[in-house]
Ligand binder design. Sequence first.
Ligand code: ADP
Ligand code: MG
Length: 572
Amino acid sequence: MLKKFFSFYKPHKRLFVIDFSSAVIVAILELAFPVAVQWFIDGLLPTGDWNMIVKISILLLLVYMLSTFLNYVVSYLGHKLGINIETDMRQQLFNHVQRQSFRFFDNTKTGHIMSRITNDLFDIGELAHHGPEDLFIAIMTIIGAFTIMFNINPELAIIAIIMVPFLSIVATYGNIMMNRAWKNMYGKIADVNARVEDSVSGVRVVQSFTNEKFEIARFQEDNGQFRLAKLAAYKVMAGTHSSIYMMTRLVTLVVLVVGAWFSFNDKLSYGEFVSFILFVNVLIKPVDKITALLELYPKGMAGFKRFLELIEQEPEIKDRPDAISVSHLNGDITFENVSFRYDEHKSVLEDINLSIKAGETVAFVGPSGAGKTTICSLIPRFYDVNEGAISIDGLNIQDITMNSLRSQIGIVQQDVFLFTGTIRENIAYGKKDATEQEIQDAANKAHLEDFISSLPEGYDTQIGERGLKLSGGQKQRLAIARMFLKNPPILILDEATSALDTETEKIIQKSLMELAENRTTLIIAHRLATIRDADRVIVVTENGIAEDGSYSELVEQDGIFARLHNIQFQEV
Ligand code: ADP
Ligand code: MG
């Protein structure tokens, strides 16, 4: 895992080297300071050479300035390194999530994904910056300080260093506990995110059921769990922290007393005594740093582990290495003995055989849950078949790159997903490099021109989050305009007008029929009036394809379709 972690330093090698070497110089200067003080007291003071003292002070000032500058470099560039790595990881995770297949999103809460991309990575930048640097500096300082102290007075040096093994025991124990606590905390904040995501995007449902209190209670529960988890982590942290503090201060005290005693017995000069006290302080610093790392390491690594869990989850549906890119498909679609299930337990499609000619308009009808949407989801490979094969123009769709396959299939669904932004941006989502003229043509074809020109800001009108400021019919028209712009040879209309009132449906129907012209079109519809013009009707039931023929043929057959037909048109 560490190897994977360090691979993220590669693009920022230069930054790392500058930061790291500056930190090393700062540490060396810090080690030199007590030695200089000792020499100042024992060597320089007795001579009474004021000139020399002034010269030394000026030198010291220069060293301080250098050290200040290097400290700035370490702090700024070090954090820059950290934030760069954090940003890289975040981007990589986002890219990875974009590549995931539908089943992944079926099984993963949006809030959990958001959590991994945002919160989980918060501590990684800090760890990336402080981790290797502080650890190295700390070890270097401890060894350096000990060596110098040992040269001055071995007994006292050993007394001072004795805390290190005790510290490591406390630290290791604290580390294990904290690791657990932080991982738990990240899980809880992910739950909080998932809850927020759910009740905010579902707020209209919440309020219409007047379930605000219920949602608040559920959130309170999750939020409380998060609080407990974080509190537990802080408790371990506080315990570790204060034990270490206690030990370091105890050592200072012991060195003070023993040093004084040595000094009385002429075993230690005044300069050496002062230098020793300063060295204990120098020693405390790396210990503090390691303590901080002990907090940071489990925090950052808990996030990194969750990062890896996701990043190592390969997308279920991928291009085959030898997949070909096809620039234009005619749209002859064939299902050959296709079986499909969403999960092990329940088969949704069993041995489906179906052939649709290029340019044909085929309607799918049947009870809800029969598998109509599923059939259509298999064509753009949102899911892969379990058995059998689907081919377009005689090519197995698994041999075509997903990019070229999906770019030739257009889907209009019942609930249109619009992005926050303007009307223009939302239409252009169908073709990102569309010209103004193309966008307007598409809007005209979808009969949107009257609506758009009635808006004070026209194409620049903001449609609100997910198009909330538009009516169902207007949204559907926008989706149709997108499709005109995309202009795919294969079109899937999955209950595109089911949510609309009959009047609006009739109007939209006209645009849809214009859209369907010269394309292979699959229409799923409940209201039979909308499929009157289809070349063919296929009745899908739980047992597969039950009837297949032209509208009038099926009405005459006196089967399922005829029954549906009679029910719907008796009422009118
Ligand atoms: P239709 O479009 O004919 O109403 P669907 O194709 O949506 O039917 O659904 C067919 C069956 O597959 C249903 O039993 C449904 O519960 C199940 N199903 C649909 N989508 C999923 C999914 N993403 N994960 C698991 N099961 C699903
Ligand atoms: Mg459906």
